[in-house]
Ligand binder design. Structure first.
Ligand SMILES: [Ca+2]
Ligand SMILES: [Ca+2]
Length: 463
């Protein structure tokens, strides 16, 4: 019996499936689609997810087409060696689970490149018996829910968010069993009140939990890492992780080096579920390189750029900004301010703590975070960041977009507090909007000035 904590009936069902297994040479590729139907599960006639997985034979492959699948309301167990996956790049397959719905992997199965969203009070996925979950983004929304229950198995290059009260992003809590859990290049964030990022326990009086946690971010509203024992042994081996708060016996935690404490990771927009690292995050290039990290991050980017990052995301730096050494003056081009108020124009910097004769901190120019530009509603949206070192005055200035070949300019004032990233919208003339839209992914070389006295940068904006 591979899974001592699974319901006996479920284990029996898995055993029956194994007994009826054909040889691996007869493994089939089965296709599922959000609108799938029937039992063919072929490319031209894809079936429902429950049919594709539920009727699969051991060692089959199940390919999930992108899109939102109908909610799973009951257990979906994978047979032995099943490989269930979507595509590593967007758009992704999104599987919602409600009630008792969950993915259950309890053998050498693999689930990859899928988004799981559970509104149930259990776990979106249980991983045991040597199963692997890779490049999966999990969100658990309900009070007390777990994103993943992990026993002997691996969670790799994945994000898990638990937003409900007292929820747990990932939990390893066997009752009497001996398990070895692997978490590698994962980002576990539990933001609900009283929530825990990773909970490792040996619940029973016997058995043991060994957890090898590497290159992983643990961030819990209550606790980043909680350990507990009802008598069994607990050992959490921590290498190149980012976490600060812990509960449980210190003897449960083994520092293997490279760990970060008191250095919160910086995410793009954690409240909205965007756990991509910002450039200033201490997790960038702070992991340990190893073949076991895999070849791709959670986005399908290269897993290792410079040094491997801590967390599921590997930050892809923007292409180097080309600074024009001698920018050509463009005196004949008027700067067009937006007729309607966009962001409020900058107010003079507050003279924080200023007293006669004392120096006053001056605002700095913000930094262009990305050369991706969104064009909508006659505006170009640029992502700017103000560094933490700009306290207290923050950043302010003007964004001036200067289009080439007589394309004119557009400008807007901005003001950002220190350590804040924000989109700034620049109103465009109709012809300018058309040129940026036409440029698409190939880009359009544009001069951008971020401060009144700052040198313009010659950058290629891409949509
Ligand atoms: Ca890196
Ligand atoms: Ca990435």
């Amino acid at each position: 019996m591979r899974c001592p904590f699974a319901a006996p009936a479920a284990v029996l069902a898995a055993g029956v499936a194994l007994a009826a297994a054909p040889s691996p040479s007869s493994a089939a590729v089965r296709h599922a689609d959000p609108a799938g139907a029937g039992t063919a599960c072929s490319v031209v006639a894809p079936c429902a997810l429950t049919t594709a997985v539920g009727s699969a034979m051991p060692a089959d492959e199940v390919v999930l087409a992108a899109g939102q699948y109908p909610p799973l309301t009951s257990d979906l167990a994978a047979v032995s060696a099943l490989d269930v996956h979507g595509a590593s790049r967007s758009p992704r397959a999104v599987v919602t689970l409600s009630g008792a719905g969950r993915f259950r992997l309890d053998g050498d199965e693999r689930l990859s490149d899928v988004d799981l969203v559970t509104t149930g009070s259990g776990a979106a996925v249980t991983i045991s018996g040597g199963a692997t979950v890779e490049r999966v983004r999990i969100t658990a929304t309900t009070s007390g829910a777990r994103g993943a229950e992990l026993y002997t198995g691996a969670l790799l290059d994945s994000t898990v968010r638990a937003v409900g009260t007292s929820s747990v992003a990932v939990q390893t809590a066997p009752n009497g069993a001996t398990v070895t859990a692997t978490i590698r290049n994962a980002t576990l964030v539990a933001s609900g009140t009283g929530a825990v990022a990773y909970s490792a326990a040996a619940v029973g009086a016997s058995g043991s939990t060994t957890a090898n946690v590497t290159n992983t971010i643990l961030q819990g509203a209550a606790t980043d890492l909680a350990t507990a024992s009802g008598g069994g042994a607990v050992a959490v081996n921590l290498s190149h992780d980012n976490f600060t708060t812990t509960t449980g016996a210190a003897a449960h935690r083994h520092d293997l080096g490279g760990n970060q404490s008191g250095m919160p990771p910086l995410f793009a927009d954690p409240a909205a579920g965007d756990l991509h690292e910002l450039a200033a995050s201490p997790t960038v290039d702070a992991g340990i390189d190893a073949d076991a990290n895999g070849s791709l991050d959670v986005d399908g980017d290269a897993r290792r750029i410079a040094t491997t990052d801590i967390g599921a995301d590997e930050r892809v730096p923007p292409p180097p900004v080309v600074v024009d050494p001698a920018p050509t003056p463009d005196p004949g081009t008027p700067v067009t301010d937006p007729p309607a108020a966009d962001p409020a124009p900058p107010t003079p910097p507050a003279r924080v703590g200023a007293a006669p004769g004392r120096a006053v901190s001056k605002p700095r120019a913000a930094r262009l975070v990305s050369r991706r530009v969104r064009v909508r509603a006659h505006r170009a949206e640029l992502l700017l960041a103000c560094p933490a070192t700009a306290i207290p005055a923050g950043c302010s200035g003007r964004v001036v977009l200067r289009l080439p070949h007589g394309g004119g300019s557009a400008a807007v004032a901005y003001r950002l507090p220190a350590n804040v990233q924000r989109r700034v919208r620049v109103r465009l003339a109709r012809s300018q909007e058309a040129r940026l839209r036409r440029a698409g992914r190939s880009g359009l070389r544009v001069r951008v000035t971020l401060a009144a006295a700052g040198a313009p940068l010659l950058v290629t904006l891409r949509r």
